[in-house]
Design a protein around this ligand. Sequence first.
Ligand code: BGC
Length: 460
Amino acid sequence: MRYEPLIPEGLVYNQAKAAKIIAEFTLGRDRLAMIAADFRHDLVRGLRGEADSSMRMLKSYIALPTGKERGDYIAVDFGGSNIRVLLYRLHGDGEYELLRKIARPLQSSETNNSYDYSGTTGSAEELFTFIANLIGELIATEPADREYLLGHTFSFPTEQHSLADARLITWTKEIATRGVEGEYVNRLLAEALERQHIKRVRPVAIINDTVAVLLSAAYQHGNTYIGSIYATGYNTCYLEPFGGQACSPMILNLEAGHFSKLTPNYIDSLLDRRSEKPNEQRLEKMVSGRYLGELLELSLRLITDQLSVEHNQSPLDIAITSRLDTVAMGKIIEDTSAECEIIREILRQKLGYELTASEAASVREVARAIVTRSARLVAASYVGIIWQLAGNNPVREQSIVIDGSLYANMPLIKQSLTWALGELLGEDSDKVTLRLDNEGSGLGGAIAAAMSAGVPTGIS
Ligand code: BGC
């Protein structure tokens, strides 16, 4: 990625443009209700297998656990920027212990240890050897004769015909490792384990992270049918009862981040054009942590005339890297002091901007608008699913389980989401509890491994 030189001298912060951009990111109740209804329609189209649905509605070949699953299992949690390998002991009755865990980034620029398995320079073989070695490290101190089943939480869209393996449809979240798209992922992992002479670990299940989170919540608490990730990426799954059809209930991974019946504004379009995969993951690019900082940065470049939509600069000419991340954005939103010193310092350091207090306050409002829109769009997607599950019946009491740093840590998200659910569901919103579960993506992998022997058959 090229850096364009910063041109802070003579930079003008145009408050009128800022107000216009804030309006672009503001979504009223009526528009939101339409988005929720469109989301439901698209979901139904996807269920019927119609080609014009923008959601993939991927089968997971697993339903909910009983809570009685027991034993020691390995989970691999492949989320996006990090790999985690974990050893769990399931006690049954919704109880579990995390016995050991190793986490490593997919990319490191440390001196003497620099590598990148997530960019175009990384190959499938290197990536999976890296993971196999972590698994080897995880069980190195365990008795040599112990064998393990492994559940793989793989947080990307995959096509699946059984619980045991899945083919990667496409990378998302800007991952670009060569040689994995189109391949069976657990086969790549099993081959790497073989290459590294780790013969006592058998990958038996592969699930999306949304599915993992739902399994984890259902194992521990019950009463949960919708699982969601709201972090670097965004996606949701639910338990489809297949009422009246000859199929057993099964969790469907919507790949909700790919939902596209939306009206992106010109900043969304700009971001999309410069992304690894233009036109894909349109909802995810409007809501998830991977992109929010970039939306703010593009907005600020437009407000300060460092970028112009009118001149239609090509994505390469723009060449802005996301110097503003979600952590910076959170701090910007939290600084409500009169002088806005924290905001001004962040923008000085990251973008070289010297702003007055009132300009900095305006930056905060832009950030608030972007984050609030994110939460409202996510709420609309949940409501689309709640409506679908209820059909003509009353909405039932339920929890939605959410895993993710953005939901957990970004100011405004929880309250905006709850507020939007109230706007869309009215009194029924009292029946819906949002539950945070940051352990689910690992634990769910272990539960899926435990369930692998007893997955329902007859699933079509
Ligand atoms: C992927 C989903 C995943 C989500 C959250 C998206 O980019 O397409 O499969 O569930 O990120 O990690």
